[in-house]
Design a protein around this ligand. Structure first.
Ligand code: FEO
Length: 450
């Protein structure tokens, strides 16, 4: 049974929604499912705009044959060869050998790679070429690396529709809706749109900016992406979001705290820092990166202006979930964030230095302070370091100068901490023959409290 929606009178959405596969691209969780959009135009000629993922092929072919209603398929415009859109192209070519495949040279090469065959009929297009199908005229525009090198988009100058391939897509199945104005997009969809953008094309900000620049020269009244809802109202909203994301500009002046903690010491420090920031009126988001998929953390790293990475030391390195996150953020080319670090290590803290090394390889990452260092847990009095860090972060978020406050002498804790186990002996002096009551180490293994 067919399941379709009209985009316009003669343009019909014939895609499908998948809610069975937990991961998109075998990587990104999609708990709200995923839509794979395909469109069919019924002009004097019929035009299919891309195909779909195998996950929804049964619904797609039911839709395609129903909407064609026995008409021949004249054209298939192939904008992108990633198999979430082109896996069923081979089947379309078998069912409709009469159809002319419209694509660029790179797409043709990928058709050969993925489907091990040449289309019977091919019409190669270059940048700016046009095809008229009756009432409609389409212009083709290359969009390399949004998201693969072969990608192109097409523009219907008759109804002023941009067929944008992956651009302006989002995670999430379309639950009966088709248009972004049928949902509360900002409340219910923006987070998934950002997570989709940052994880799928976030690395290619300059190429997305190039596409936006080309699109700015067109009178676009509607955007038909290959994932997520169609945009027919308030296009400036989503175009502005894309412009920000592509330029690596934060949407929110606030702090993302990403922490990796094994026994809770690092987590407690992160929580205390979050409290101090919240008290200063700073928006805060927090993730335990060992339990939250990195795609969510990456997305919020694009969203927030400041990031705190807090990690324990593990095997003389960064804890694995934090190391993976940092490499993922680096691979997605995030830049221009202000950063602070918290490191933990019970005998040889090293994660701060190592996290700093990864960040130093990224553009425009400014580390605000030397890392706050924990040895197992916060030592007595060390919460003052977190309070000071919160003030530095808050001032930076607000764009203020930080005024150093000399701590009152009576505020400074007096005592000595065992370098081995962290036991604190509270006194002005430490007897020479003192023995740690916890680990039995001598006074020489103690140091004054910082
Ligand atoms: Fe939705 Fe790059 O494929």
């Amino acid at each position: 049974m067919h399941c379709i929606r009209h985009v316009t009178e003669d343009l019909i959405w014939i895609g499908g929604n998948d809610r069975q596969h937990p991961l998109f691209e075998s990587t990104h969780p999609v708990p709200r499912g995923m839509s794979f959009n395909s469109y069919l135009l019924l002009d004097e000629k019929t035009v299919l705009f891309d195909t779909v993922d195998r996950a929804v092929q049964t619904q797609f072919f039911e839709n395609l044959e129903h909407v064609l209603g026995g008409r021949k398929l004249d054209y298939v415009f192939v904008h992108h060869m990633e198999p979430d859109h082109a896996a069923t192209l081979g089947d379309v070519m078998l069912r409709h050998p009469e159809a002319t495949i419209v694509c660029n040279g790179k797409i043709l090469n990928m058709i050969r790679q993925f489907h091990c065959t040449d289309p019977k009929e091919v019409h190669l297009v270059n940048e700016g070429d046009t095809i008229t199908t009756g009432r409609h005229t389409f212009t083709f525009v290359n969009a390399p690396m949004v998201h693969w090198p072969e990608v192109m988009v097409s523009y219907d100058s008759t109804d002023k529709i941009l067929f944008s391939a992956d651009a302006f897509g989002t995670f999430g199945a379309l639950n009966g809706v088709l248009f972004a104005d049928e949902v509360n997009f900002d409340r219910d969809w923006l987070d998934d749109a950002r997570r989709y953008y940052t994880n799928i094309v976030g690395k290619y900000g300059p190429q997305v900016q190039a596409l936006l620049k080309k699109a700015a020269g067109l009178d676009i009244q509607m955007i038909c992406p290959l994932h997520g809802p169609v945009w027919r109202k308030d296009l400036g909203y989503i175009v502005d979001k894309y412009a920000k994301w592509a330029a690596y500009e934060p949407e929110v002046q606030g702090v993302l705290i990403a922490f990796a903690s094994v026994y809770g010491g690092t987590e407690t420090a992160a929580n205390i820092l979050a409290c101090r920031l919240a008290e200063l009126g700073i928006p805060v988001e927090m993730y335990d990166v060992s339990v939250t998929h990195y795609s969510y953390v990456l997305s919020d790293a694009f969203k927030y202006s400041h990031i705190v990475f807090a990690s324990t030391t593990y095997n003389n390195g960064i804890f694995v979930s934090m190391e993976n996150l940092l490499h993922d953020i680096a691979h997605h080319a995030l830049r221009n964030r202000k950063v602070a670090l918290i490191q933990n290590g019970s005998w040889a803290p090293a994660s701060g230095k190592l996290m700093g090394e990864i960040l130093s390889g990224m553009k425009g990452m400014e580390i605000l302070e030397a890392p706050v260092t924990l040895k197992s847990t916060l030592a007595p009095g060390q919460d003052a370091e977190l309070e000071a860090l919160a003030k530095v972060l808050a001032a930076s978020v607000k764009g203020e100068e930080i005024v150093e406050e000399a701590p009152a002498p009576q505020d400074k804790p007096k005592g000595f901490v065992c370098k081995i186990c962290g036991f604190v002996y509270e006194s002005d002096t430490l007897p020479d023959d003192f023995i740690c009551p916890i680990c039995r180490r001598p006074a020489s293994d103690f140091e004054p409290l910082a």
